[in-house]
Design a protein around this ligand. Structure first.
Ligand SMILES: Nc1nc2c(ncn2[C@@H]2O[C@H](COP(=O)(O)OP(=O)(O)O)[C@@H](O)[C@H]2O)c(=O)[nH]1
Ligand SMILES: [Mg+2]
Length: 220
């Protein structure tokens, strides 16, 4: 698959308190890596990944990650604007991070108006349940998800459990939203970008061209 070809680009934001594992989830998904002490201040705040949502339909996922601003509640409006999807992340061993999810949700909804962001709620660090460190129950989390009207998944960036599924769930949700009209393309809004049909045709024509002649052998 030529990864430079895409039909849609979705801009996705990571939401939730500091240290819940937002950057770790992105790192696991895009690079299949986990770092015990991920650098919080010099972290990359921009990740890209490609996903085929159905045969022939490739989506470029552009992830925006906070680089520590959430610690000071100083995430700017420009972070939220132009996003179509969001992962609402809490750490299941940290009650406060769960309690704050409603605020994150409300803040985003308010700041992106009149646009809409589609969410998935993520209970992170599921690997720590084995050590008895879980404080937020499955029932509580499911109840909150129901109240917010969003799907709920439990994942671990450490083991990789459910990480791919989480991002795919959100991507498919956005794609379905696009097909159903729940998400609308609008001028001046970059939450979803659609490759222009002419560009797609050009790209395809380019691919169909025979590759350059192989270097000729020098001997007569
Ligand atoms: N046990 C465990 N630790 C995690 C997991 N995800 C992240 N961490 C750790 O939690 C800390 C904060 O992670 P980070 O990704 O920087 O959180 P962020 O502030 O939300 O971006 C780091 O020490 C990570 O190694 C996980 O799934 N399980
Ligand atoms: Mg981070």
């Amino acid at each position: 698959m030529d990864l430079t070809l895409w039909q849609y680009q979705f801009r996705i934001i990571m939401l939730g308190d500091s240290t819940v594992g937002k950057s770790s989830l992105l790192k696991r998904y895009t690079e299949d890596l986990f770092l015990e002490s991920i650098n919080q201040t010099v972290g990359v705040d921009f990740y890209v990944h490609f996903l085929e949502v159905e045969p022939g339909v490739r989506v470029k996922l552009q992830f925006w990650d906070t680089a520590g601003q959430e610690r000071f509640r100083s995430v700017t409006r420009s972070y939220y604007r132009n996003s179509v999807g969001g992962l609402l992340v809490f750490d299941m061993t940290n009650q406060a991070s769960f309690d704050n999810i409603k605020e994150w949700h409300a803040e985003v909804c308010e700041r992106v108006q009149p646009n809409k962001v589609l969410f998935v709620l993520v209970g992170q660090k599921s690997d720590r349940e084995d050590q008895g460190e879980r404080v937020v129950s499955l029932e509580e989390a499911q109840k909150l998800a129901g109240q917010l009207g969003v799907p709920y998944v439990e994942a671990s960036a450490k083991t990789g459990h459910n990480v791919k599924d989480t991002f795919e769930l959100l991507t498919r949700r956005v794609y379905q939203g696009l097909l159903s009209g729940e998400v609308e393309l609008q001028d001046g809004w970059d939450g979803v970008k659609c490759a222009a049909p002419q560009v797609l045709q050009l790209q395809r024509a380019d691919l169909a061209k025979p590759k350059k002649d192989p270097p000729k052998k020098c001997c007569p």
